[in-house]
Design a protein around this ligand. Structure first.
Ligand SMILES: [Zn+2]
Length: 419
């Protein structure tokens, strides 16, 4: 891996030179003080750039790009049962590979270098993420109501957890309480414990979720039910978590659960209003996710940040809640921590995942860079995307992007009859 030298980049109100080597920020020094001291140093003139941490999308279903825009403006239950599940059942492994690559292209363009995925045909998503150079937590999805035989999942974990320990890692992903028996949920908890890997689950997304639980919750809330089965720990990343009681919040706090907030999806499906205040007040770690492209309908984490911040302010009546800086941390560092990556900060020794923003864009003309990044910009201001010390996009160009787009369109047109 060659070294990168970022010259005179804007970092927290100062101009800095940054040396990136071995996938981490090696040296950060005043501008004009670092020079290329070894061969194969790739130097970037960053006089018109600001550096910020890259996004960690902690809840998505990448291959849903294949069914984007096919079922909008319908209730969640109808959306899932009439439109999404029947179509997903027809998706082939190759469809998932092509759609995942297409999704990752969109993620890179909008500044995301990590995604936590939960879907079928996981080996195809792994292949796509490996080829595209991003990081990912690939969920091994359990939903024994839809796929009763869970032994293959258990075997896959046993054979592959140790194989995926770096850029790509595995997680246990029980889909939800309405798609899993208690037995299957318990098995997920055991796998997460045994392999010390994250457990990624949809939780309390809609009102009355417990009524749809496969096995009776015996009057417990979805949070209490999962806790009773041993699924909640500091390895758990629970997506949505819209409907919670005080008791639920106590449990989430005690167990150290991370909550992946998905404001756009919650609003679009009218699942409910996520109120960030009690989570923030209790110190529950929040991260951000886009959810899939058929309930968002894009994978743009910058947009998600703005929605999260504005929604938090509106629901709480507190305009200081989820400030630009805090929201950026939620969308980057918190997500990285939840999945065990030492990333999300531009500091020496941290993983070199970063974005270079074009400060010539009109939204950066005056005011604070981070405020403008969260509230005023759009993802077109991202000039360069760096993941693991490698450049994935420079001057908005991603190698092979045209081929990936062409392949996606061709496959979609070929498979239209199947979907
Ligand atoms: Zn989801």
């Amino acid at each position: 891996m060659s070294q990168l030298l970022l010259k005179s980049v804007w970092l927290e109100n100062e101009r800095r030179d940054i040396r990136i080597a071995d996938g981490v920020f090696k040296t950060i020094a005043p501008a004009g003080t670092l020079t290329a001291d070894v061969p194969n140093v790739y130097e970037l003139d960053c006089r018109h750039m600001a550096i910020v941490p890259a996004f960690y999308n902690t809840h998505t279903h990448a291959a849903m790009t294949f069914i984007r825009g096919l079922a909008d403006d319908v209730p969640l239950k109808v959306w899932l049962e009439k439109h999404i599940w029947p179509r997903e059942a027809k998706l082939s492994a190759d469809d998932v590979y092509v759609a995942s690559k297409y999704a990752i292209l969109e993620m890179i363009r909008s500044g995301t270098v990590f995604f936590a995925d939960m879907y079928w045909h996981r080996t195809q998503t792994i292949r796509a993420a490996e080829e595209m150079g991003v990081r990912a937590s690939i969920g091994v999805t359990f939903a024994d109501v839809l796929k009763p035989d869970t032994s293959e999942n258990v075997q896959f974990l046993a054979e592959n957890v140790s194989k995926y320990q770096n850029r790509i890692r595995l997680a246990v992903a029980p889909h939800a309480i309405y798609t899993n028996t208690a037995r299957s949920l318990k098995m997920c908890a055991e796998c997460s414990e045994k392999y010390r890997i994250p457990l990624h689950v949809h939780l309390a997304e809609t009102r009355g979720e417990e009524k749809g639980s496969v096995d009776s919750t015996e009057g417990r809330s979805p949070v209490e039910y999962l806790d009773s089965l041993g699924l909640l720990s500091n390895r758990t990343v629970a997506a949505h978590v819209v409907y919670v009681s005080e008791k639920d919040l106590d449990i989430l706090t005690e167990r150290g659960v991370t909550v992946a907030h998905n404001p756009c999806s919650n609003m679009k499906l009218a699942s409910g209003t996520f109120n960030a205040k009690p989570f923030v007040d209790r110190g529950i770690r929040l991260s951000l996710g886009t959810d899939g492209a058929s309930s968002n309908n894009n994978l743009d984490m910058r947009e998600e940040m703005k929605f999260a911040s504005l929604l938090a302010k509106m629901t709480s009546g507190d305009s200081t809640l989820l400030s630009a800086k805090e929201t950026l941390k939620i969308a980057t560092q918190n997500g990285a921590e939840a999945f065990g990556f030492h990333a999300g900060k531009i500091e020496e020794g941290w993983l070199a995942d970063a974005l270079l923003l074009n400060l010539k864009a009109p939204c950066f003309a005056v005011g604070d860079v981070i405020s403008n990044w969260v509230y005023a910009a759009n993802s077109s201001v991202i000039d360069t995307v760096i993941c693991d010390g490698n450049i994935l996009m420079q001057h908005r160009v991603i190698p092979f992007a045209d081929d990936i787009e062409k392949e996606f369109r061709e496959r979609f047109n070929e498979s239209r009859w199947r979907l």
